[in-house]
Write a protein that binds this ligand. Structure first.
Ligand code: ZN
Length: 494
């Protein structure tokens, strides 16, 4: 016997790829009993939503075919009985399992099963092959099938596959392979079972908590997370924290302390980055080292002196608006860092520290700077280099540090979409004001906005993302005007 328990080979057809957004249109399953007897069961399902033309063509299941079919709720009880206590075997099992789990979840029914993925099993047993999709398996096994992409036909291929591997490999090899494929990742000891199963494979932000309820009711204080992270694929990223392979001391500590996980799905990477930055700043999780709060954020502003030549002055984010002020160079988290970097630049470009304002001239008009005496300054301080030439060399030296001023007349919305979900990130002067999911949100965010606070992490995220590829919708003029522009943006999708 290959399995020590009853198993069920299952295949679904759906209206799309997202277990959250899309719905099941057909279920085909074959129960295999320990004595080897098979029992087939299949049904079309009315998804209560339209099947797109593309999916109609792919699966051969049309809107007309499912119009009179039972809804998932109608067959849920029977399905549950057929799946109960059986190993859930599917090709890319995570997909089918997620659809079934979500369908039950919408009925407030908790469903879980041990799964065996035949893609992973095939990969383990036949590492010499690159492709392990159903068509490749069919070809390798040399079998003929009826219409592909119908649930029962595909489920039968899995039964054939299980028979085929038993002719190809000794039983012990197969049992080992199945054990390894079914092995769950070692999860932290205090995490509730099944919690990780519920995390979607979508972009978003996750929060790890230790003692979640400890003390919060008594003090009313918010419980701080251990760690906040972001990913384009939440579930895989969360699991990677707990994989034994490359576990750092920090990851080990987190997995010993973690008791709960929360997550927020976003419509894309930008939304995840902005939310992560905001949460890390607001909550300061103990295990987050990046994105710390900066108290002394400063920059060099290029000024023109009375004699018409260029010098620099240190400016703090607390005093001027970095997003709107011209001629700013570099962002530094401390005065020390600002000076150190400017000194290095001056060395490399043989600039004069007196001219830059870093060194006070001694009395007397043209005393040389210290750098000139050790041949590091080209001598603008003693008239050996024309001041205009020094100006030009200074601008060249600083060019790479130039701070991009906010290029829009006012606030903008940046649109992101994922699996039919849309988000509009409202940005003004490099500051993230919030994310809108409908028009009321936009009005709310824009009307509630205080003067934006410049934040280095947000600036870095945005200046990387607001390039030619981003979809930026200006929100100039009144809020009503803005909402009108966004109205169109929403209409495109809905
Ligand atoms: Zn000098």
């Amino acid at each position: 016997m290959l399995f020590d328990r009853p198993v069920v080979c299952i295949d679904l057809e759906t209206t799309g790829a997202s277990p959250q957004q899309d719905r099941i249109t057909e279920i085909g399953l074959i129960e295999i009993s320990p004595d080897g007897s098979l029992q087939e069961w299949s049904t079309l399902i009315n998804p209560q939503t339209r099947i797109s033309e593309f999916i109609e063509r792919l699966t051969g299941i049309s809107n007309a075919m499912v119009a009179d079919a039972p809804r998932f709720e109608d067959i849920a009880e029977e399905l549950q009985q057929r799946l109960q206590g059986r190993i859930f075997i599917a090709h890319n099992a995570r997909f089918d399992y997620a659809f079934i789990k979500n369908a039950f979840k919408r009925m407030d029914v908790h469903f879980r099963a041990d799964t065996l993925c035949t893609v992973r099993l095939s990969r383990r047993l036949y590492p010499q092959y690159f492709k392990h999709n159903l068509d490749s398996l069919i070809q390798r096994m040399g079998i003929t099938t009826a219409a592909r992409h119908r649930a029962m036909t595909d489920a039968r291929v899995l039964v054939d596959f299980l028979a085929w591997i038993q002719r190809d490999h000794p039983l012990e090899t197969l049992r080992d392979a199945i054990r390894q494929v079914m092995a769950k990742p070692a999860l932290p000891p205090h995490l509730p079972e099944g919690l990780v199963d519920d995390i979607p494979d979508s972009p978003g932000v996750y929060l790890f908590y230790g003692d979640r309820h400890n003390g919060d009711q008594a003090t009313g204080k918010q419980v701080m997370p251990l760690y906040v992270g972001k990913s384009n694929s939440l579930r895989g990223r969360v699991l990677s924290h707990f994989s034994g392979d490359h576990r750092s001391t920090k990851e080990l500590r987190i997995s010993q302390q973690i008791k709960h996980i929360e997550w927020h799905e976003t419509a894309g990477e930008l939304g995840a980055l902005l939310l992560e930055a905001r949460l890390v700043k607001a909550l300061q999780p103990v295990h987050n080292q990046r994105l710390r709060r900066e108290n002394d954020l400063c920059t060099w502003q290029m000024l023109t002196r009375e004699d018409g030549h260029k010098t620099l002055a240190l400016r703090y984010a607390a005093d001027i608006d970095f997003a709107l002020t011209a001629d700013l160079y570099g962002m530094f988290t401390s005065q020390r860092q600002a000076i150190e970097i400017l000194r290095n630049l001056a060395d490399a470009h043989r600039l004069c520290l007196i001219q830059l304002g870093l060194e006070k001239p001694s009395r007397g008009k043209s005393t040389p700077c210290f750098g000139y005496q050790i041949k590091k300054c080209r001598g603008v301080c003693v008239g050996k280099e024309p001041a205009l030439q020094h100006d030009l060399r200074l601008m060249e030296a600083l060019a790479k540090l130039k701070v991009r001023t906010w290029p829009y007349p006012g606030a903008v919305a940046v649109r992101e979409t994922f699996a039919g979900k849309q988000e509009l990130h409202i940005i003004d002067r490099w500051s993230y004001l919030g994310t809108a999911r409908d028009e009321a949100d936009i009005e709310h965010i824009l009307s509630g906005k205080a003067d934006p606070v410049f934040d280095l992490d947000t600036f870095k995220i945005l200046s990387r993302h607001l390039n030619g590829e981003a979809e930026v919708l200006p929100l100039t003029g009144s809020n009503r005007h803005a909402a009108g522009a966004l109205d169109d943006a929403f209409r495109q999708d809905n």
